[in-house]
Design a protein around this ligand. Structure first.
Ligand code: EPZ
Length: 424
């Protein structure tokens, strides 16, 4: 079976402007949230990523009209049917589980297959289910076809404490609670900007939410919700990835459509490394013209801490630092499969328990490497741009799930990058 690969010829300095697309991790929740509305919703700034296709397929299975016009997604849920979501499209991404919260919230009932998604170590949904139970849902799981069925006589407000500030659980519980009877409080809620973006859509649809973006969210249930329009916030992880690329191989790169506050943790680490950049309104200008980068220690935390999704691409940049850097991931302790791939390219990285040590500086050379997950793929793209010679990256479908036309954007900056098919 053929699969797509990317080949990158490294060593070409990048110059010019790149525009960041809408946030993947907001998009994959905003689209399922539309099932709560009784009339059409338009979403602007939708990135061109494969996750959007999978979610659109699921909406069509629910008898919603879905039309993509440029970066606008028009969804009409007027004739929606709450059928079991058990097709292959559910397996394409973990975020399919947002249909649990949305359909439970609207219909008090939902049947859905357990979602797929990148392998980043065990990824339970116990906190999501704890929230649904607290709201009044009975949950059954059918081992044979890996399907959850959630049913509630009626959905009532509840006080829910999240043992971990889970992004997915916070959003999913919000979706289930906006039409429950009475008040729901979510304590120790996650504070990621994508959660605020989803809450903004829900509010425009008629929901009553307070405190989103803090660790206590209050939701007062409403009877019904209606259509609206919404522009997605820029993708802070794509922006962070391009900041790292510009620091690694840029001369002068302007990154547009950025909310720089969403990147405070990364920006302070890049400053510590010795990267030169300037924030100009909703853009960041990066000069990558010298490399006496200093080693740093990075530990991922829930927002506003350092994002786990950026520790992999940053690790590639740290191979340029003069000394030993340490990267610790407290969110996904197994998110280090990119290190072996980088070592194949000449990096000198030791993987420890939930962390890795990057000994630099090392010169990277091109070879064939494998994207084991979405952000590993991003880390390998950075490495390919830095390396001497040609780097071939397989399993590019991982990258296409989260980055909107990354090769087109890099080519426009002067990268030598091409996409081709190989037989498995
Ligand atoms: C979201 O995943 C993002 N995905 C991830 O981005 C991101 O890495 C993660 O948040 C952390 O920021 C989307 O938004 C679609 P969590 P999510 O629930 O919601 C544990 C990318 O590269 N946990 O905050 O799944 C879990 O095992 C992706 O764009 C439970 O134990 O993250 C993990 O260790 C990768 N029980 C930690 O919490 C639960 O019920 C973080 O999970 C839920 C989570």
């Amino acid at each position: 079976m053929a699969q797509e690969c990317i080949a990158i010829e490294g060593g070409h300095p990048l110059n010019g402007t790149v525009r960041i697309s809408g946030a993947k991790n907001a998009t994959v929740a905003l689209i399922p949230a539309v099932v709560l509305a009784n009339s059409p919703v338009e979403i602007y700034g939708v990135p061109e990523i494969s996750d959007v296709e999978a979610l659109s397929t699921l909406l069509r299975e629910l008898n919603c009209d879905v039309e993509r016009v440029g970066d606008t997604l028009k969804v009409d849920p007027t004739h929606i049917k709450n059928i079991p979501l058990v097709s292959k499209a559910v397996d394409k991404l973990r975020a399919s589980y947002y249909f649990m919260g949305g359909l439970l919230g609207r219909y008090r009932e939902v049947t859905i297959k357990m979602p797929g998604g990148c392998y980043l170590g065990p990824r339970p949904i116990d906190l999501h289910l704890k929230g649904f139970k607290a709201l009044g849902a009975d949950i059954t799981y059918n081992e044979k076809d890996e399907t959850y069925t959630l049913k509630a006589e009626h959905l009532h407000g509840a006080e829910i404490y999240l043992d971990f500030a889970s992004v997915g659980a916070t959003i999913n519980i919000m979706l289930a609670a906006v039409m429950a009877e009475g008040r729901t409080t979510i304590e120790n809620a996650a504070k990621e900007p994508e959660i605020i973006d989803v809450a903004n859509l829900l509010t425009k649809m008629g929901a009553k939410l307070r405190g989103v973006g803090t660790d206590t969210i209050i939701i007062d249930g409403v009877k019904e919700m209606h259509g609206t329009s919404h522009e997605i916030i820029p993708d802070r992880i794509e922006a962070g990835t391009f900041l790292i690329i510009a620091a690694a191989v840029g001369r002068k790169v302007l990154i547009q459509n950025v909310i720089s506050q969403h990147l405070d943790a990364l920006l302070s680490k890049l400053r510590e490394l010795g990267v030169r950049f300037e924030i100009i309104g909703d853009s960041i200008l990066v000069w990558g013209d010298y490399y006496d980068f200093k080693p740093v220690e990075v530990t991922t935390q829930p927002y506003p801490g350092f994002a786990t999704d950026l520790q992999q691409p940053l690790t590639t940049l740290l191979t340029l630092a003069h000394g030993r850097s340490k990267v610790t991931d407290t969110i996904y302790t197994e998110r280090f499969k990119h290190c072996a791939q980088l070592n194949k390219m000449g990096a000198n990285i030791e993987v420890g328990d939930g962390c890795c040590y990057v000994n630099g500086p090392t010169k990277l050379h091109g070879t064939r490497v494998e994207a084991t997950d979405l952000r590993c793929g991003a880390a390998l793209v950075v490495a390919g741009l830095m390396a001497e010679g040609i780097t071939e990256i397989t399993n590019v479908y991982h990258i296409d799930r989260g980055y909107d036309n990354i090769d087109r954007k890099l080519t426009a900056l002067g990268a030598q990058i091409s996409r081709y098919q190989v037989e498995d």
